[in-house]
Write a protein that binds this ligand. Structure first.
Ligand code: FES
Ligand code: FES
Length: 941
């Protein structure tokens, strides 16, 4: 290793680096964990530092280039415990601006560089600077506000605080719930503390690299690893030959999983370009990489099926011909899953209709792209138990999956979930943990396995692409008489989440409008492409794109206003899901009757905010090639999986009257830990600061199904409320003895319990009384919660677009997103979820798509070519929160995480149709696709 003389954060010190090593690797090895790995190509900004005061992406900077220069990282911004004004501004902006936090070190340094040179930037200046920093969580709006607020403060100007209290919280006298409390983990995220999976050092760690398949479909005739094993520094090379064959699914679902057991850790067959062939552990990542090149593989290349249309052909190559796969619907036809659900008789319903519309729509395969790639570190602890430190949304499912695949009893596996750098469903899968565990068992050494961005694109998970045929019958007055929906989906190489995602397409979308007759079917075919899986919305965005475009088309055919047509047919309080019992894998007794519904208000406020009455104006003055349009769409989701999902919380008191809250729930960045703290604090009469949240570690926190299906607020939040109520009972019982007063006369607020005569004791007094005087028990409560109700949140989303009819470019100018998520436990958090979800859905609508060549090679496996929205490209975002009170939710709350992704894409498609008169039924709306459609309709020159 060479010594590089440089100054880091004002201190003269050296950096050790191998020749050719990047500054990113050298800085992280030296303990500067704020410098993040988000890509390897200089395209995301997560690794940025200031080099002699200028921004530099360290993943594409050699460590040697730091010689004699000054390196500044985020660790330097907080001085003597005092936050930099930028950090303070982000802290003040709250849960919206600080979500997973993985992008923040780069964002803060870029903003610092801007303000150092331009103390009075405009919003465009800020967006321009942030354009080099991808954020998959926030939609940038609140981050831009934070930078502008910091600039104002640095100029000595005062910055007003906006009201962030829910009206329902005011009315109900709630002191913590319903208020925009700060994020409980904001400080470590803003100061670059080592909180993520890879921010961890352990002696003797090996580095793993995976050999990925170059073929879409091939049998491995032989594999020769002796040269790789002989390379100095290589400690293990695993292939199908020396790895136990145990079929499993990577899907993090309740046991027994509904996904088939159709993969093994290392197989003698590969089923997509990027599938696992072998895995190596070595002393350095470079040696592991070199070893991959020494593995000799003899492939028998097989014909591949890249699309469902090909996979369903008679005589098509069979992708899963292995005899030990379990629960595949019909492997001989490549049919991974098949679903049918009906209500009434759609044939008769369509016959009775005055108008029948029959249309086909297509939605693409897109990626979650959390900024933190899948990362895992495994090691054996002092008791020889396997510890799995991993970026997972489902720690308890991961423990069970890993134990099964490795042949260990569950009690010998411990899963630790540090902070997550985003997930969006992709980490609802145990994608890397089994390989890492195999290597630790093989070597006895700690092993680190981190996906590159290329691997994240090619070997992670994504959203299922679908072709959807929709047929709707309506009577003359606009009453729906029947709806048929047929889905054909690509399951990819392994059918993880395939059945349940596609079932969700029907179960979420098909009951937004009342129809006496419904039919839903889904055929999901194995294909030789990377497997889709769970992605925020979980099938619902695929369902609402066709449904909500179709509703506009039906309204147009009837000559009705599209929102008036929806209003005539949409569901409301008291309605239940007619297909729910057939499409949910739920325990008996679940029900999804609607008991709160803010959809009408969402539409009303959304229409006002977008300027619905102006949707007849299409001309853009002085720009004859541009057409302006406005469109809208509605959607509904669910709150957790009824009768299946379960959360649990433990709360215990400390000597000073503070509380530990232990939960197996997972905060993927959206503020779940803060929500749990707010709920507990409200019940326990203390500030959020007094609730120390710890999530999650399978050894120390109670069981929780994890972060999916929008479950944290609704389900784990209810468990937190129940646990806190049990603690509160104990607090009051002790206080009644101390105050010699009946328990029911006591009040608990502001950290004190008071009797009617004015006497009081503090929570700290009560803690001391129980822990050190009475010495009989610790005040402690726990609760588990499973919900049979599954209350749907609702949304109405609207888009204003400008379409260039000469180029086909669709420019989205503004998105209004009105959500009904019940009581917003943290109004800023709800807005943050709203912005982030809308931005992901915006990409789904206009640019994101995984594109393959004819050999099944992904053509856009990097941020630059895949294209997620950047700060300077964003439309105006207008989040609206409509408050309702959901009786089954904690303090009236419903889920908020998924609903914002559901209706943006159809709103944009409908806006384009409003602008041009041309309805495009396939996403994304790329300029080529739009131009082609316009030309076909004779709209474009
Ligand atoms: Fe360096 Fe992405 S730009 S990690
Ligand atoms: Fe920016 Fe998560 S907060 S990537």
């Amino acid at each position: 290793m060479a010594d590089i003389a440089c100054t880091i954060n004002g201190q003269n010190r050296g950096l050790n680096a191998e020749p050719g090593e990047t500054l990113l690797v050298a800085l992280r090895r030296a303990g500067f964990f704020s410098v993040k790995h988000g890509c390897d190509t200089g395209e995301c900004g997560a690794c940025m530092v200031l080099l002699n005061g200028a921004p530099a992406n360290t993943c594409i900077t050699l460590a040697a280039q730091a010689e004699g220069r000054e390196v500044t990282t985020v660790e330097s911004l907080r001085v003597n415990g005092q936050l930099h004004p930028l950090q303070q501004a982000f802290m003040d902006e709250g849960v919206g601006a600080v979500q997973c936090g993985f992008c923040l070190p780069g964002v803060l340094l870029a903003a610092k560089h801007l303000l150092d040179h331009n103390p009075a930037p405009t919003e465009d200046d800020v967006r321009d600077v942030l354009s080099g920093h991808l954020c998959r969580c926030t939609g940038y709006r609140t981050q831009v506000s934070a930078v502008l607020a910091a600039a104002a403060r640095l100029r000595g100007e005062s910055v007003g605080q906006r009201d962030d209290t829910a009206a329902l919280a005011e009315e109900s006298g709630l002191k913590v719930v319903g208020h925009g409390e700060g994020k409980v983990d904001a400080l470590p995220l803003l100061t670059g503390r080592p909180v993520f999976t890879d921010d961890f050092k352990i002696d003797g760690m090996l580095h793993a690299r995976i050999l990925l398949s170059p073929h879409a479909h091939a049998r491995i005739r032989d594999i020769e690893t002796s040269k790789a094993e002989a390379l100095p520094g290589v400690r293990a090379v695993l292939t199908y030959k020396n790895t136990p064959r145990r079929p499993f699914t990577t899907a993090g679902q309740s046991y027994p999983e509904l996904s088939p057991y159709d993969m093994v850790s290392l197989d003698n067959k590969v089923r997509f370009v990027g599938d696992r062939v072998a895995v190596v552990a070595a002393e350095t990542p470079e040696i592991a990489e070199r070893a991959l090149g020494l593995i000799e593989v003899e492939y028998e290349v097989l014909p591949a099926c890249l699309t469902p249309e090909k996979a369903m052909q008679p005589g098509a190559p069979i992708i899963h011909d292995e005899p030990d796969a379990e629960r595949i619907y019909d492997a001989s036809r490549n049919l991974a899953a098949h679903i049918v659900a009906t209500k009434g008789d759609t044939v008769r319903g369509l016959e009775a209709a005055a108008l029948v519309l029959d249309r086909t729509y297509r939605v693409p395969q897109v990626q979650q792209t959390p900024l933190e790639t899948h990362t895992c570190i495994t090691y054996l602890d002092e008791y020889d138990r396997l510890v799995v430190r991993t970026s997972t949304q489902v720690p308890f499912h991961t423990r069970r999956i890993v134990a099964n695949v490795l042949g260990l009893p569950v009690k010998r596996v411990r899963v630790i979930k540090p902070r997550l750098g985003g997930g969006f469903g992709s980490k609802q899968e145990a994608v890397v943990e089994d390989l890492c565990g195999h290597l630790t068992l093989a070597t006895g050494r700690p092993v680190r396995l981190e996906y590159s961005r290329h691997e994240e694109f090619t070997a992670s998970r994504s959203r299922h692409p679908q072709t959807i045929r929709l047929r709707t019958g309506v009577s003359r007055d606009g009453t729906i008489t029947a709806i048929d929906m047929w889905v054909t989906a690509a399951a990819g190489a392994y059918a993880t989440h395939t059945l349940t995602v596609q079932a969700n397409t029907g179960s979420k979308a098909l009951w937004l409008y009342k129809s006496p007759n419904l039919y839903f079917s889904a055929d999901c075919y194995y294909t030789n492409v990377p497997p889709p899986g769970a992605f925020r919305g979980y099938g619902a965005p695929q369902g609402f794109l066709p449904l909500e475009v179709h509703m506009d088309e039906v309204a147009e055919a009837l000559g009705m206003d599209p929102m008036a047509f929806r209003r005539k047919n949409w569901v409301g309080i008291g309605d239940t899901n007619p297909l729910g019992d057939q499409l949910y894998d739920a325990a008996p007794g679940f029900h999804d009757e609607i008991s709160s519904c803010g959809l009408p208000e969402c539409v009303e406020r959304g229409q006002a905010a977008i300027g619905w009455e102006g949707r007849g104006v299409h001309a853009v003055p002085g720009r004859p090639h541009l057409r302006r349009g406005i469109g809208g769409a509605c959607a509904m989701q669910g709150s957790a999986v009824p009768g299946i999902d379960m959360g649990a919380v433990i709360i215990k008191i400390n000597d000073d009257g503070s509380f530990n809250l232990l939960s197996g729930a997972v905060d993927t960045g959206g503020g779940g830990d803060t929500i749990l703290a707010q709920i507990a604090a409200e019940v326990l009469g203390c500030p959020v600061d007094d609730i120390i949240v710890y999530t999650s570690d399978t050894d120390f926190t109670p069981f929780d199904k994890g972060a999916y299906a929008s479950s944290t607020t609704f389900l784990s939040g209810r468990a937190a409320q129940l646990a806190a109520e049990r603690v509160r009972e104990q607090v009051l019982a002790v206080a009644s003895r101390m105050l010699e007063c009946d328990q029911h006369e006591l009040t608990l607020a502001d950290r004190r319990v008071a009797s009617p005569d004015g006497d009081s004791v503090s929570l700290a007094d009560i803690a001391i009384q129980t822990l050190h005087r009475e010495n009989q028990f610790q005040i402690m409560g726990h609760a588990s919660y499973m919900s049979r109700p599954c209350p749907p949140p609702f949304c109405a989303q609207f888009a204003e677009v400008t379409v260039d009819i000469e180029t086909g470019e669709v420019r989205v100018e503004k998105i209004v997103s009105a959500l009904d998520v019940g009581m917003p436990i943290n109004p800023r958090g709800v807005e943050g979820q709203n912005d982030g979800g809308v931005t992901q859905a915006l990409g789904y609508a206009v640019c994101e798509e995984m594109v393959y060549d004819e050999q099944g090679q992904l053509l856009n496996p990097r941020f630059g070519s895949y294209h997620i929205f950047q700060a300077h490209e964003m439309p105006e975002l207008c989040p609206i929160t409509v408050e309702t009170w959901e009786p089954s939710g904690p303090f009236g709350a419903k889920a908020a995480a998924e609903i914002p992704v559901d209706a943006v894409a159809p709103a944009i498609v409908n806006a384009v149709a409003n602008a041009t008169g041309v309805r495009i039924r396939e996403l994304p709306l790329t300029p080529e696709r739009v131009l082609q459609a316009l030309k076909a309709a004779g709209v474009s020159g």
